[in-house]
Design a binder for this molecule. Sequence first.
Ligand code: ATP
Ligand code: LTN
Length: 351
Amino acid sequence: MWPGTVHRSFECGVREMINDQKVMFSAMQATGDLTLGNYIGALANWVKTADDYMSFFSVVDQHSITVRRKVSDLRQNCRKSLAIYLAAGLDPEKHCIYYQSHVPAHAQLAWILSCHTYIGELNRMTQFKDKAAKNESNINAGLLTYPVLMAADILLYQADVVPVGVDQKQHLELTRTLAQRMNNLYGDIFTVPEPYITKVGQRIMSLQEPGRKMSKSDENPNATVFILDDKDTILRKFKRAVTDSDRTVRFDRENKPGISNLMEIYSVATGQELSEIEAAFDGLGYGEFKLAVGEAVVKMLAPLHERYEAIIQDKTYLDNIIKSHAEKANYFAVRTLWKVEKKVGFPVHIR
Ligand code: ATP
Ligand code: LTN
């Protein structure tokens, strides 16, 4: 929800402006087509809870260039991601939905935070280690400092809650450390955010190698279900999903990772508890279960697909949101940035 009156004065910060309303922030990279993992681990939870907060959702295009990619692909992916956010049910009347690069304060705050982050802290990040191993020829400084920019994203809006998949927990911990460090050094500047990670669906695994996270960039086309995959593709990918030689639909993440992953997906798609699923499929084969999972995912995504087609074709609608929401985000972001700049000793802005 937006505050009824928008103050034009920069005297008060974000916190004072929103009358103690709690803030939610989250984001996704535009590094490819969004996946079922992105949907279940993040987007679906954004939509479920966004109305309870003053909510900001960004397409983080600046994060997306830590790995080299085609310029036109990035631009197109940004637009598709934004349209998917809207098609999933985020409401532009209530939530702020914008491109990170349209709000310069993200990069400005990231610089200040990077001067308060130790190299050792960044070297420890598992996502950095994984991505560096995968991109040996391009281990750029941005790949290392990525979590600092992520901390800036979150702290700029004084976020209380950040809904993410469990792979982002370590980055959230660093964000909290930085917020606390800055607060200790300079007095109260930042809200210390809490991650919001669901129990079921926090880490959706590859359909082909259930020991690995489902990822946008997997080379095996059957490993990842994309949010915009059509019905037949979704059913085919689930039909080919790797399971095990046992024939029982039973949740056991360690010994039956493939089936357990499918059960989590089915649980999120249908709202059924894992125990209910075990009972419902008792005595039935994997073939039947895989078909049921595929159909449940098709059903879950159908309304999104329908809205997406209308949204992506409406250029004026999307362009208006891109422009007006960047203004809104800038408005809030600058307040925090100026407060931080003053605290660290930069000359104050003359207004
Ligand atoms: P990549 O797949 O290229 O490593 P990514 O999808 O992890 O990228 P983002 O698009 O930035 O990176 O992720 C956006 C959100 O989706 C984050 O909150 C992340 O935790 C969540 N997410 C991504 N993959 C999964 C997954 N397989 N299961 C659950 N949540 C996920
Ligand atoms: N680092 C996240 C994407 C991301 C993000 C954020 C998530 C960038 N900034 C702020 C939550 C809040 C990723 O790689 N999945």
